[in-house]
Design a protein around this ligand. Structure first.
Ligand SMILES: C[S@@+](CC[C@H](N)C(=O)[O-])C[C@H]1O[C@@H](n2cnc3c(N)ncnc32)[C@H](O)[C@@H]1O
Length: 446
C-alpha cells in the first residue's frame, strides 16, 4: 500500500495554518484547517489537517454540486521546507474542477474513434479528450458503458482538475476536490455495474499514474486521494492492498483525473482467446480499426493477415450478419483464428496476402494489422510486402470501400500505394500499443 505523507506543521500566512504532506509548508488557505464541506463530519483523528486548507471549489463552488466546471483555488499546501526559512511563497494554481462525468481509457491515438463510439452508444456530450483518455457527461445508465468495445476501461468520474502544476499545492487541491466530490454518485454507478457490491464499509485501493516532472512522487498522489476518502467517510472507506473498488488517479500534463473503475478485465480481454499468438492485437485497438473501416450490416469483411483473429472477432461481435473472411500465410495462425473466431463464424484460409484467393471487387471493407517486422518477420522487406498487400487489396475491394491498416511505420506503406487506386483519408494516426509506436492508416479504394 502507498506510504502516507508525513504531516508536519507549517506556518500559514492567511487565517488558516498550512500543513503540507511534505513537512513544513506555507499554507495560504482561508480555511481553518479543520473544516471540510458544510455538514460533513470531521474525520476521526483529525487526519484532514494534513491536506485540507482552503478549497478547490468543485462543481460550481457548491462542494458537491454537479454541473459545469468552474474556477476555484486549491490552497493549503506549502512549498516543501519553505516556511520557517522565509523563502518566497509559492501560490496555488488556479484550477478548474469538473465532477459527475464518465471517462474511458483508450489505446493512445484512438481517442477520436472511441469518442465516436461513445457518442453513438451513450448519446454522450460535453466530450473532452486527450492522449489515451475520453471524458464525457453521463447520458444514460452506467452499465451501458460496459458494452463499449473501443475502450480499455471505463470509469465514473470523481473529479477532474485542470490547471494542476508541478508544486505540492496540487496535492492539497486534489485532496479538497476529492473531499468535496460527488463520490456517492460514482459509487451508485459502480453498484449499477456490480450489483453484488453492497455493504456499509467500502474497501478500496488507489491506483496512481503520473507523467512529467513534479515536486512530489506518485505515492503522494495515492496518499492524498486515500486520505481524502478516509476523511470524508469518517473511516467508512477502508484502504486495502488488493481487491476492493479501484480508484484511479491519473496526472497528465495539467490534468488530474480521478475515477472509480467500472469495468473489469473482461473489457480489455473480452472472453479471452482460446489460442494466444505472440503478435496478437489488443481487442479494443482491433475494434477501433473495424470502426474506421466503415461498418455496414451484411458487408463482406476481410482481414488478409488475420493472425489469431482478433480483428475478425471484433467484427463478428457487432452481430450484424457480416460475411467474414480471414487469411494468413502461417498455418498455425489459421488454426488459432479458427479456434478463436469460430469455424462457422468466418471463412479462414491459408493464403499469401499478396495473392488472395478472392475474385475482383467483392469486398466491402478490410482491416489488417500488418507485420511490423519485429515479432512477426517477413521474408521480403516491409515496403515490398506492404506494396503486395496494397495491390491485392485494391483488386478485391469494391470502389469506395475502405481499408484500415495498422503498420509500424507509414513510410513503409507509402511507396506501394498506387495513386490511381487509393485515396488517403485524413493523415495516419499515431498510436501506441503497449509501448510500441504504430500508425493506423485509412485508405479508400478509388
Ligand atoms: C501482427 S500479426 C497479426 C496479428 C493479429 N491481428 C492478431 O490479433 O492476432 C501479422 C500476421 O501477418 C501474417 N503474415 C505475414 N506475412 C503474410 C503474408 N504475406 N500474407 C498473409 N499473412 C502474412 C503473420 O503470419 C501474422 O499472423
Amino acid at each position: 500500500m502507498a506510504k502516507r505523507p508525513s504531516r508536519r506543521t507549517g506556518t500559514g500566512t492567511g487565517r488558516g495554518r498550512g500543513k503540507g504532506p511534505s513537512g513544513k509548508g506555507r499554507g495560504k488557505g482561508r480555511g481553518t484547517g479543520r473544516s471540510s464541506a458544510p455538514g460533513r463530519k470531521r474525520a476521526k483523528g483529525g487526519s484532514s489537517k494534513g491536506y485540507g486548507k482552503g478549497r478547490a471549489k468543485a462543481s460550481g463552488g457548491k462542494g458537491r454540486g454537479g454541473g459545469a466546471p468552474t474556477r476555484g483555488r486549491g490552497k493549503g499546501f506549502g512549498k516543501k521546507g519553505a516556511s520557517a526559512r522565509g523563502r518566497a511563497e509559492v501560490s496555488a494554481p488556479e484550477l478548474t474542477v469538473r465532477s459527475r462525468f464518465h471517462f474511458a481509457e483508450v489505446v493512445p491515438g484512438f481517442e477520436r474513434v472511441a469518442e465516436a463510439e461513445v457518442r453513438e452508444a451513450c448519446g454522450a456530450e460535453g466530450i473532452e479528450r486527450w492522449r489515451g483518455r475520453v471524458v464525457w457527461d453521463p447520458a444514460g445508465p452506467a452499465r451501458d458503458l460496459l458494452e463499449l468495445r473501443c475502450t480499455e476501461d471505463v470509469f465514473a468520474g470523481v473529479c477532474l482538475l485542470t490547471g494542476v502544476g508541478r508544486s505540492r499545492f496540487s496535492l492539497g487541491s486534489l485532496y479538497r476536490a476529492v473531499v468535496d466530490s460527488q463520490l456517492e454518485w460514482a459509487v451508485s454507478a459502480y453498484r449499477e455495474c456490480h450489483p453484488g457490491a453492497k455493504g456499509h464499509r467500502i474497501r478500496f485501493r488507489v491506483i496512481a499514474l503520473m507523467a512529467g516532472r513534479r515536486n512530489f512522487v506518485r505515492s503522494d498522489l495515492t496518499a492524498a486521494v486515500e486520505r481524502a476518502l478516509v476523511d470524508r467517510s469518517s473511516g467508512r472507506w477502508v484502504p486495502v492492498p488488493e481487491d476492493g473498488m479501484e480508484l484511479w488517479v491519473d496526472l497528465w500534463r495539467d490534468r488530474c483525473l480521478v475515477g472509480l473503475r467500472l469495468s473489469t478485465e473482461r473489457m480489455r480481454q473480452r472472453e479471452g482467446r482460446s489460442v494466444e499468438l505472440p503478435a496478437a492485437l489488443r481487442p479494443s485497438a482491433a475494434a477501433c480499426l473495424v470502426r474506421m473501416s466503415g461498418v455496414a450490416p451484411g458487408q463482406v469483411f476481410l482481414d488478409p493477415c488475420c493472425g489469431s483473429g482478433t480483428i475478425l472477432s471484433e467484427r463478428l461481435a457487432l452481430g450484424d450478419g457480416a460475411k467474414l473472411i480471414g487469411t494468413d500465410i502461417d498455418p498455425d495462425a489459421v488454426v488459432a483464428a479458427r479456434l478463436n473466431v469460430g469455424r462457422r463464424a468466418a471463412l479462414i484460409v491459408r493464403a499469401d496476402a499478396s495473392r488472395l484467393p478472392l475474385p475482383d471487387g467483392r469486398v466491402d471493407a478490410a482491416c489488417a494489422n500488418l507485420p511490423f517486422g519485429q515479432k512477426v518477420q517477413v521474408s521480403v522487406n516491409l515496403p515490398t510486402m506492404y506494396a503486395g498487400v496494397a495491390r491485392e487489396l485494391s483488386r478485391v475491394l469494391k470502389r469506395g470501400a475502405r481499408a484500415a491498416l495498422l503498420v509500424g511505420d507509414p513510410a513503409d506503406l507509402a511507396p506501394g500505394l498506387e495513386r490511381r487506386s487509393w485515396r488517403l483519408i485524413g493523415s495516419p494516426t499515431n498510436v501506441n500499443i503497449l509501448g510500441r509506436r504504430a500508425s493506423a492508416v485509412l485508405l479508400e479504394r478509388k
